[in-house]
Ligand binder design. Structure first.
Ligand SMILES: C[S@@+](CC[C@H](N)C(=O)[O-])C[C@H]1O[C@@H](n2cnc3c(N)ncnc32)[C@H](O)[C@@H]1O
Length: 386
């Protein structure tokens, strides 16, 4: 795995599902996998929530740092330009970046200074995964349908019209065939992420994704879906993900001090909690506090990167760090990773909540959303209280 490469310029998990699943209240602390950074920032929209963002990849932490600096130093339109959500000449982005640099740690500075080519497009489109999506948009989609049909993709339609249009005008053999080829496990692993990220699970990934694309195109309104706008157009336009919306900007900016971050693998964070704060390797200047009890865990789909028994062990260890009633949210694309893998009595799956949220999940990359609540540990047998 290339530790120097930015893999995700943005978060590819629906922020609405995350906030709805964790539902963090005032005074709670959330541990959040940083990835592109937006979802850790979106958690600040909930009042009185402290967020500890971790990621094992230094470039992902550099991305979060730059976004935090941009929230602090820039206006909302400037933030969108620096990130590449709005067009801007490279010279303009260079000026905006110059205003953020003083907030960055030496490692984040070194990362963004190393190759200024990113200034031509911004942060959001520059990473490996977004470049893979751009290949789909530029090379594959034109082979499926002509420009006129493609321009009809995001037109206003009623639910019934959406279904009719998708089935009659879009979902032909060529779409299915090229989609299966491009989003096969091998292509995604080689071109989009990393072969080790798609190692587990048996089903055909492309079939799963095709079903999810149909869901977000037909059952929900594609016009209100920022993730779909990015996949199909390479820009959001006015349809922005939660953290980047104008109405989120001031609130997030005013609460940035409640967010801390750290370049750290989840396993190392757990080790540090078990053996005391001194075991934590020092990597970033913004030292995430070694909080004893966590009220919410945003696990992205990191459990898909490990074998099922290891996922069960991690869920057990996370439970030991969970406050009473803590919740976790995680996604599955290929591999079945759920709280049933943990020893009994640790987590209670909130299947109804998860199913309802997943029905509205605007990101078409996951077949399953898992939401669970920490159970209180039963008193050891033979011990008496009172
Ligand atoms: C799990 S990936 C998922 C990204 C995206 N949703 C996708 O399409 O797969 C999100 C982030 O998790 C980080 N990550 C993976 N395993 C991790 C671990 N064990 N500890 C901390 N971060 C991890 C990666 O570096 C990446 O930035």
């Amino acid at each position: 795995m290339n530790e120097r490469q930015l893999r995700y310029g943005q978060c590819w998990e629906d922020a609405g599902c995350l906030l709805g699943g964790l539902d963090p209240g005032p005074g709670s602390t959330v541990l959040s996998i940083a990835s592109g950074g937006e979802n850790s920032l979106a958690l600040l929209l909930r009042e009185g929530v402290r967020v500890i963002a971790i990621d094992r990849s230094p470039p992902q932490i550099a991305a979060l740092e730059l976004k935090v600096a941009a929230f602090r130093r820039l206006t909302h339109p400037e933030l969108l330009r620096l990130l590449g959500a709005q067009p801007a000449p490279a010279a303009r982005r260079r000026d905006l970046y110059a205003r953020c640099r003083s907030d960055l740690s030496p490692s984040a500075l070194a990362f963004w200074d190393a190759d200024p080519a990113w200034l031509a497009c911004g942060v959001l489109p520059v990473a490996r995964f977004e470049r893979y999506l751009a290949l789909f948009r530029r090379l594959v989609l034109p082979l499926v349908h002509g420009a006129r049909r493609r321009s009809e993709l995001l037109l206003p339609r009623s639910p019934a019209e959406r279904q009719r249009w998708y089935d009659a005008c879009w979902d032909g053999w060529r779409w299915r065939w090229l989609f299966r080829l491009f989003f096969s496990r091998a292509s995604l692993g080689t071109l989009g992420t990393d072969p080790s990220f798609v190692r587990y699970g048996h089903d055909s990934q492309a079939e799963q994704l095709l079903a999810q694309v149909r869901r977000v195109m037909v059952e929900d309104d594609p016009l209100r879906n920022p993730y779909l706008h990015w996949i199909l157009r390479g820009r959001y336009g006015d349809v922005l993900p939660l953290a980047l919306r104008p109405q989120s900007f001031s609130l997030i900016r005013s609460r940035l001090d409640q967010l801390s971050w750290r370049r750290l693998a989840l396993e190392d964070w757990l080790d540090a909690g078990e053996s005391g704060p001194t075991a934590t390797p020092t990597a970033a200047p913004n030292v995430a506090p070694n909080v004893a009890r966590i009220d919410g865990f945003n696990l992205s789909n990191v459990l898909e990167y490990v074998e099922a028994p290891e996922a069960g062990r991690l869920l057990d260890r996370l439970h030991r760090r969970a406050a009473p009633g803590a919740r976790l949210v995680l996604w599955n694309r290929l591999a079945e990773r759920h709280t049933g893998l943990a020893p009994a009595g640790r987590w209670r799956a909130l299947d109804g909540v998860a199913a309802e949220l997943h029905r509205r999940d605007q990101v078409p990359f996951y077949r399953r959303l898992v939401v669970a609540e920490a159970l209180p540990l039963a008193a050891p047998v033979g011990r008496r209280h009172g």
